[in-house]
Design a protein around this ligand. Structure first.
Ligand code: NAD
Length: 233
């Protein structure tokens, strides 16, 4: 039987599509304070600023295109004879636009809106407004459906099950600085999985991986995926 593969992606896989990572000097994240735009307290203080930040990120996302790395993961999902579970910390939709299926967005999605009053969810318009009423309960408390610092990531039960059944775990473009995702490599290793990191540089949890493939995701992810699929062609 073919291995169960679990893949975790982070901001680094979208960097070459033009979406900035946390660390990019001069990027969107450096112009705003994380406490102001990515915490429930920041949203309570100034919902207008938070919407402005995510509206700008949504506009960037809509202008961006998936690259060969996103496409290679979708190809691996289509052709691998075993299970390929794709978990992303990214709130962009580049995996889906490259053809990936059933992507687990543990930090939510820019393209979705959430009512802070009744938890109803719907497709976000390109420009969200702070006082727009919820289509279900009419409360003017709509927010982007993204997970902020201090909130619990989505789908943790499903992720825990996938990690416990993984034979191969691959982390791509993630710094290993944000938990719980940074702990997934240890969970997978404990379950007996072989672990590979594909990143521009060694991550903060690099010591926990069996193998490191260092360089840009747009080049190295297709090479790795092709090596995986090669004997099967
Ligand atoms: P991070 O910014 O902390 O780290 C990104 C990592 O990617 C770094 O280790 C960097 O060396 C690596 N990297 C940069 N360019 C790369 C490339 N071309 N190829 C391969 N690797 C590259 O990102 P993270 O670990 O995902 O941080 C977590 C948080 O950042 C998440 O909560 C996520 O929601 C948020 N975030 C998301 C996006 C997005 O949705 N596109 C963008 C920025 C931040």
């Amino acid at each position: 039987m073919a291995d169960n593969i679990v893949i975790l992606t982070g901001a680094g896989i979208s960097a070459e599509s033009g979406l900035g990572t946390f660390r990019d000097a001069g990027g969107l994240w450096s112009q705003y304070d994380l406490e102001d735009v990515a915490t429930p307290e920041g949203f309570a203080r100034d919902p207008g600023l938070v919407h402005e930040f995510y509206n700008a990120r949504r506009a960037n996302m809509l202008a961006a295109r998936p690259h060969a790395g996103h496409e290679a993961l979708a190809r691996l999902q289509r052709h691998w004879p075993g299970r390929v579970t794709l978990i992303t910390q990214n709130i962009d939709d580049l995996h889906e636009r490259a053809g990936a299926r059933d992507v687990i967005h543990m930090h939510g999605e820019l393209s979705r809106a959430l009512c802070a009053a009744c938890e109803h969810r719907w497709d976000a318009p390109a420009e969200m407004q702070p006082d727009a009423p919820c289509p279900q309960c009419a409360a003017p408390q709509t927010r982007p459906d993204v997970v902020w610092f201090g909130e619990i990531p989505y789908h943790m039960e499903r992720i825990g099950k996938a990690l416990s059944e993984a034979q191969l775990f691959v982390a791509i473009g993630t710094s290993g600085a944000v938990y719980p995702a940074a702990g997934f490599v240890a969970e997978a290793a404990q379950a007996g999985a072989r672990t590979i990191e594909i990143n521009l540089e060694r991550s903060e949890v690099a010591g926990l991986f069996d193998e490191h493939i260092l360089g840009p995701a747009s080049q190295l992810v297709p090479e790795w995926a092709d090596r995986m699929l090669e004997p099967r062609r």
